[in-house]
Design a protein around this ligand. Structure first.
Ligand code: COA
Ligand code: AMP
Length: 631
């Protein structure tokens, strides 16, 4: 069947479609209903069924004769190590660590925070949770102690599993002191921390609270897979929203396993035994779905890469990994390719490698600019597929589904809606706009399996954030348009979320950090265009009356403050001190207009502006720090 036929079938009869697809997963007991729509706007997939996600991702492949096949290839240029873990070895290591968690009293429904760098133990910890029905919440290592504390207080983990350190090309990141500080800051205290002591920098263990990973595992007996309700949570992953308080996106077990397994074949066109590499981090949704669960559910080999696209050691790193490990399909963010292109514009390093088995490159995480797309196509001579999705959906909303039918690529578009998603572009009143007109992008309910059923502990925020804009629709938070062929163009966010090197950040969160500085009266953060990272946050700050301190010192303090409170990943390095911020007469800060000024784009004087002169002042202040250049 071609794309249109599959899409139409999924739209006409979602329950029938996913019922068939679900046959690829091993269930402990069958569902009462494929889709439980008895309590809208809450929908549940495979209600009444039980399964174990870890069994489906690991054990069943061993039973099916894949025990000797590589499950994980760990490639770490930053530590000069490599390790191949077979499915049989993975089963053993996961079962033992699950036993170690169980020894700490962790059971079904208990939360476990995983704060680890890109090492196999991070994947093992996630799968071990799934094995015993515990709910993992992985926190990205580039976040600060305060961000970690916020997540500890929301998820209330019984145990935290952490690495002692992370390795960035320019420094060792001290995870253990960050963990200690976060626990100090948090109101909720975990019962125990299990710390993976890395050779590069072991952490100091706190008596009666911390145990080394090796000791915890040595004392444990392997734990078996436990049947889990399809509708029970597998994990919580926090993502940035409009406010500084992150949203705890919940993923269920059943719908997730079904959708991700299906996506491996239908979207990415990979089969069991092939090598899939998502060059991301386990702390992001891409890492959850396509470093860990997707490839393993499908019986593929997944590559776990602890390094960067450039600088570890050079811009040929991705080609080396593809050749060395026989990667068939690579998934990364456009920013990684922009970094490679900048370092090696003619792709000369490619000549050193043989990419014979390499079939396709998938890009997501941010809008893929046509220049980057064309460069990657020219260099690699394989299909380059932009696809669009978000933490909330867990898998692609729009893509060129290579496993169904390869459609023509239109640069700037992630192609068409993936079967299961009914994507609409609507105006403020909820009416469809004409082809080519920009509007808010929404998805008609029910969302397909794998998408978030709710936010952790907060059904109300779930409904308010996503389901209240138009009755019966999920609000993606993105704006864009559909062309006459049904191709989707995702242009920008409609909220205060910005995208820095494929990382999703809340300007509200950065503003919160700036506002906590003693000299700051008011502030605004905008995402300005950046050639490498897509967007970069820039702060505009009004000082309190009477502050006479040196402004350079204040700027440096503000940069350090954001690094400390939000984390280095925010890449916050630019602040302009201004006399006042441009506002509407009702007091709303004109962030959109400031962004256009910063980017050197045309802007219209907003009719509701309180004092037009403020825009000239802002322009000068932004020009003084290198922005607001027309061109
Ligand atoms: N732990 C601690 N710190 C981290 C970290 C981690 N896991 N990951 C990043 N950081 C730090 C970096 O060291 C850097 O700190 P610095 O200010 O001291 O240099 C800062 O956070 C920003 O990191 P990063 O976004 O990686 O920027 P970079 O300038 O080091 O590299 C790219 C730029 C484009 C090479 C890089 O962003 C990249 O590889 N992106 C790939 C895209 C990606 O993985 N997207 C995820 C979603 S698909
Ligand atoms: P995250 O939840 O971190 O994956 O970020 C999701 C957001 O990143 C989306 O809502 C979009 O704003 C943006 N995004 C992701 N992929 C794409 C894409 N292919 N094209 C345009 N924007 C994208």
């Amino acid at each position: 069947m071609g794309y249109q036929a599959v899409y139409d079938r999924a739209k006409r009869d979602p329950a029938g479609f996913w019922d068939e697809v679900a046959g690829a997963i091993d269930w402990d007991s069958a569902w009462d209903r494929v889709l439980d729509a008895s309590n809208p706007p809450f929908y549940r997939w495979f209600a009444g069924a039980t399964l174990n996600t870890c069994f489906n991702a690991v054990d069943r492949h061993v039973l099916a004769g894949r025990g000797e096949q590589a499950a994980i290839i760990y490639d770490s240029p930053v530590t000069s190590t490599q390790e191949t873990i077979s499915y049989a070895q993975l089963q053993d290591r996961v079962a033992r660590f699950a036993g170690a968690l169980r020894d700490q009293g962790v059971g079904k429904g208990d939360r476990v925070i995983v704060y680890m760098p890109m090492v196999p133990e991070a994947v093992i910890a996630m799968l071990a949770c799934a094995r015993i029905g515990a709910v993992h919440s992985v926190v990205f290592g580039g976040f600060s102690a305060r961000e970690l504390a916020t997540r500890i207080d929301d998820a209330k983990p019984k145990v935290i599993v952490a690495g002692s350190c992370g390795i960035e090309p320019n420094r060792v990141v001290h995870y253990k002191p960050l963990l200690d500080e976060a626990i100090e800051l948090a109101t909720h205290k975990p019962k125990r921390c299990i710390v993976l002591q890395r050779l590069q920098e072991p952490g100091e263990l706190i008596a009666d609270r911390d145990t080394g990973w090796a000791e915890a595992v040595a004392a444990a007996t392997p734990a078996e897979c436990v049947p889990i309700a399809a509708t029970d949570p597998l994990y919580i992953l926090y993502t940035s929203g409009t406010t500084g308080q992150p949203k705890g996106v919940v993923r269920d077990n059943g719908g997730h396993a079904v959708a991700l397994h299906w996506s491996m074949g239908s979207v990415y066109d990979v089969k069991a035994g092939e090598v899939f590499w998502a060059a991301s981090d386990v702390g992001w949704v891409v890492g959850h779905s396509y470093i860990v669960y997707g490839p393993l559910l499908a019986g593929c080999t997944t590559v776990l890469y602890e390094g960067k696209p450039v600088g570890t050691p050079d811009a040929g790193a991705f080609w080396r990994v593809i050749e060395e490990h026989g990667v068939n399909v690579l998934f990364t963010a456009p920013t990684a390719f922009r970094a490679i292109k900048r370092a090696d514009p003619r792709g000369e390093l490619l000549a050193d490698y043989d990419l014979a088995g390499f079939r396709a490159l998938f890009l997501a995480g941010e809008r893929c600019d046509p220049d980057t797309l064309r460069w990657a196509q020219e260099m690699l001579q394989v299909p380059v597929i932009d696809h669009w999705w978000q933490t909330e959906t867990g898998w692609a909303i729009a893509a060129n589904c290579l496993g169904i039918e390869r459609l023509p690529v239109k640069p700037g578009s992630p192609t068409v809606a993936v079967p299961g998603y009914d994507v609409r572009v609507l105006d403020e009143d909820g009416h469809a706009v004409a082809a080519g007109d920009i509007g808010r992008i929404l998805i008609k309910l029910p969302l397909p399996p794998g998408c978030l059923p709710t936010l952790w502990g907060d059904d109300q925020r779930f409904v308010e954030s996503y389901l209240s804009a138009v009755d019966g629709y999920y609000l993606t938070g993105d704006a864009g348009y559909l062309d006459e062929d049904g191709y989707i163009f995702v242009m920008s966010r409609i909220d205060d979320v910005i995208n820095v090197a494929g990382h999703r950040l809340s300007t509200g969160g950065i503003e919160g950090a700036l506002a906590s500085h003693a000299d700051v009266a008011e502030c605004a953060v905008i995402g300005v265009a950046d050639e490498l990272k897509g967007e970069l946050p820039v702060g505009l700050v009004v000082l309190k009356a009477g502050v006479t301190r040196d402004s350079t010192a204040i700027v440096n303090e503000l940069i350090a403050l954001v690094r400390d409170e939000v984390g280095p990943v925010a890449a916050f390095k630019h602040v302009a001190i201004v006399e006042r911020l441009p506002k509407t007469r009702s007091g709303k800060i004109l962030r959109g207009t400031m962004k256009r000024i910063a980017d050197g784009r045309e802007y219209r004087m907003p009719a509701t502006i309180d004092d037009p002169a403020t825009l000239d002042e802002i322009k000068q202040a932004l020009a003084a720090i290198g922005y607001a250049k027309r061109g």
